[in-house]
Design a protein around this ligand. Structure first.
Ligand SMILES: CC(C)(COP(=O)(O)OP(=O)(O)OC[C@H]1O[C@@H](n2cnc3c(N)ncnc32)[C@H](O)[C@@H]1OP(=O)(O)O)[C@@H](O)C(=O)NCCC(=O)NCCS
Length: 348
C-alpha cells in the first residue's frame, strides 16, 4: 500500500486491485450513479479493470489519481478522493465519492484538504478545479466551504450536458507536519551553515539535536504545540521556511515570535519570503488570537529588514553586540508587528 497522506482521522492510500469489492460497492451506490455517473461496473472483474485502467494507470502516468480513504482507527474504507487529469482538460481536478453511511461526519472535507496539501507539496500545483453536477447541493456546499469558487459551466470531454466547474487557487505556503521533518531539518541546517550571521543558533549546535527536537520545533509532536513551522513549496519542493513560537504564560499570550526564516538562494525574490511572513501573521491572528508578533534581525541584513518592514513590522530597538560570531559581535534589531482586527490591543 502506498501512503498518499494522513489527516487527523483518515489515511489515504493508492488503490490496488485488492480494492475491487469496495469499488464495486461504491460505483453502484445510487448517489454515485446520480451525481457522478454510471461506470457500468457490475462484477468484481469489471471493478478490477476499472481500478487498473483508471486510478492505477493514472498513478503511473501522472503521479497521482483517486485514492482509497480509510478511517485510521477502525480501518474501514469510507470512500475515494484524489487528483485526476482528464484528457482534454487543462486543469487538474479533485474528485471524491463516499459511501452514504459515512456522510455528514466531515470526512469528505478532511480528505479533500489532505489531497490539496499533496497538490501543493508533492505535485507543485497552483490551482485545482472540481466539476459538480448542478443538482448536487451537498458537494457544492463542501467545495465552497473549502474555498472553491464557481468558475462557470463546462461540458466534459465525451459528454453533452454542461456541469458546474469550481476552482481554487492554492497557496504555496502550508503549515508543515511530521512528513516534512527531514526536508525542514535539511533546509534549516543549510541556513545556519550559509548564513551564520543571520541566526543565533550555530550549525553545529542544531546538527547535534535529535529528530524529536525538530518534530517539536515544527509542532508535530503534540496537539498543544506552542511552536510550529510553515513551508513554502515551489515545483513540489520545500523552498522556504518560517517558524512561529507562541507564548504559553497567561500574561504574555498576546505575543508570539517569528523565527527561523529562510529561503535558499535559488528560490529567492519569487515572493516566497513575503508569503511565508504573511502566512505566519495570518495564523497568529486567527484562530490563535495573538495581538503582536515580534522578531529579531541582524543589523545590516538589508533583505530581511526590508522584507519584514514591507509586511508591517516596525523597529522598536537595537541590542548592541547581541550575538558573538567567531569574528566579532553583531547587533540585533528588534521589530514588532501589531495585528489589526478585533484582537488589536486597546491601549489605555
Ligand atoms: C530574507 C529572505 C528570507 C527573503 O526571501 P525572499 O523569498 O527572497 O523574499 P521575497 O521574494 O518574498 O521578497 C520580499 C521583500 O523582501 C525584500 N528583499 C528580498 N530580497 C532582497 C534583496 N536581495 N535586497 C533587498 N531587499 C530584498 C524586498 O523588500 C522584497 O520586496 P520587493 O520584491 O517588493 O522589493 C532570504 O533572502 C533569506 O533567506 N536570507 C537568508 C536568511 C535570512 O537572512 N533570514 C532572516 C533571518 S532574521
Amino acid at each position: 500500500m502506498a501512503l498518499v497522506c494522513e489527516t487527523e482521522r483518515l489515511r489515504l492510500d493508492q488503490l490496488t486491485e485488492g480494492d475491487a469489492a469496495f469499488a464495486l460497492q461504491l460505483l453502484n451506490e445510487p448517489s454515485y450513479i446520480r451525481n457522478i455517473g454510471d461506470k457500468c461496473v457490475r462484477t468484481l472483474e469489471q471493478a478490477r479493470a476499472y481500478l487498473v485502467d483508471g486510478p492505477m494507470a493514472s498513478y503511473t502516468r501522472h503521479g497521482f489519481g483517486l485514492n482509497r480513504v480509510a478511517l485510521k482507527d477502525s480501518g474501514a474504507v469510507v470512500g475515494m478522493c484524489g487528483l485526476l487529469r482528464r484528457d482534454g482538460m487543462q486543469d487538474v481536478e479533485i474528485g471524491y465519492a463516499f459511501l452514504p453511511e459515512f456522510w455528514s461526519q466531515g470526512y469528505a472535507g478532511e480528505a479533500v484538504a489532505g489531497v490539496l496539501r499533496t497538490a501543493v507539496c508533492q505535485h507543485g500545483l497552483q490551482r485545482v478545479i472540481a466539476v459538480v453536477n448542478p443538482s448536487n447541493a451537498e458537494s457544492k456546499r463542501l467545495l465552497e466551504k473549502l474555498g472553491f469558487v464557481l468558475a462557470g459551466d463546462v461540458v466534459l470531454p465525451g459528454e453533452t450536458t454542461a456541469i458546474h466547474q469550481f476552482a481554487k487557487a492554492l497557496s504555496p505556503v502550508l503549515r508543515l507536519s511530521a512528513e516534512h521533518v527531514d526536508a525542514y531539518r535539511a533546509l534549516m541546517l543549510q541556513a545556519y551553515d550559509q548564513h551564520p550571521d543571520a541566526f543565533t543558533s550555530s550549525h553545529a549546535e542544531r546538527a547535534a539535536l535529535p529528530m524529536a527536537w525538530w518534530l517539536a520545533r515544527m509542532g508535530a509532536s503534540g496537539s498543544n504545540a506552542h511552536e510550529m513551522a510553515f513551508g513554502a513549496f515551489h515545483n513540489g519542493q520545500l523552498a522556504g521556511v518560517a517558524g512561529l513560537s507562541l507564548e504559553t504564560r497567561e500574561r504574555v499570550r498576546h505575543k508570539a515570535t517569528l523565527f527561523g526564516m529562510f529561503v535558499p538562494q535559488q528560490h529567492r525574490q519569487l515572493g516566497l519570503g513575503r508569503q511565508l511572513v504573511q502566512a505566519v501573521l495570518d495564523y497568529a491572528r486567527s484562530p490563535v488570537g495573538v495581538r503582536q508578533v515580534v522578531l529579531t534581525v541582524t543589523q545590516g541584513n538589508t533583505s530581511a529588514e526590508r522584507l519584514y518592514a514591507g509586511c508591517g513590522f516596525r523597529v522598536f530597538g537595537v541590542e548592541p553586540d547581541a550575538v558573538a560570531l567567531g569574528t566579532g559581535f553583531v547587533s540585533k534589531v528588534h521589530m514588532w508587528c501589531p495585528l489589526e482586527g478585533e484582537h488589536t490591543l486597546q491601549r489605555p
